[in-house]
Write a protein that binds this ligand. Structure first.
Ligand code: SF4
Length: 218
């Protein structure tokens, strides 16, 4: 953490996933409410996948977690420097079905990069796992699913596995939520990207490796 949060009028900064620190946050609130001093920075550990609970009702925009963390370690923000974890496909489908059963017809697939899902060798995309995931989700059309959006995608990985990107786009096209100039479009966010080798080497080390790997295959 940079600097002292109290200089900005902030009592305490919690830098963690909710499951890891929820009980201590309530205790911190209690201590603040009775005028006690608390540490001004609380850092929690990554929650193991088996301790991430299923949702109990529809989520905002039908948000369903696919992955947590990124682990590629780009040097400018904390959540994605954490260990990358995949949510098991059975749990993803269960969360999706909870949404559909509770009136949601839209799924927002939450991930730092869909190409992280199923990676074994860092950070080599895993086409068969990605295809299985997309196929399983699109089958939920018969349960009332109308729209699917992916929160984030990494351009280096998408360029590296254009074939997988094409498959995902083909399958998700009929679930597009938005239109541009009369045509349906699939949308996602790509975060801060750069084509500069110097910047890649200094702050996006793993993306730099991915691009080098891609160039070596040409
Ligand atoms: S910028 Fe992208 S690749 Fe880098 S840590 Fe964040 S999510 Fe991962």
């Amino acid at each position: 953490m940079y600097g002292d949060p109290t200089s900005l009028g902030i009592d305490v900064v919690v830098d963690s996933e909710g499951e890891a620190v929820a009980p201590s946050i309530f205790y911190i609130f209690y201590r603040l409410s009775v005028g006690e001093n608390v540490e001004n920075y609380v850092k929690g550990l990554a929650t193991p996948v088996e301790k991430i609970p299923c949702i109990k009702g529809a989520s905002i925009h039908g948000a369903v977690e696919l992955t947590r963390g990124c682990g590629r370690g780009c040097a400018f923000y904390s959540p994605t420097m954490q260990l990358e974890r995949d949510i098991p496909i059975e749990k993803i489908l269960k969360d999706a079905e909870v949404n559909l059963a509770n009136g949601q017809d839209h799924l927002l697939l939450v991930t730092e990069d869909i190409f992280l899902y199923g990676t074994k060798t860092p950070w080599e995309p895993n086409p068969s796992t990605l295809i299985k995931l997309v196929d399983s989700l699109t089958e939920l059309k018969r349960r009332g699913l109308k729209y699917i959006q992916i929160t984030h995608l990494n351009l280096a990985a998408a360029l590296y596995r254009k074939d997988v990107l094409e498959y995902i786009s083909f399958k998700l096209y009929e679930f597009s939520l938005l239109k541009l100039r009369g045509r349906y479009v699939l949308t996602t966010e790509v975060g801060i990207e750069t084509g500069s080798p110097k910047l890649l080497r200094s702050i996006y080390v793993e993306k730099f490796c991915l691009i080098n790997q891609m160039n070596s295959l040409k």
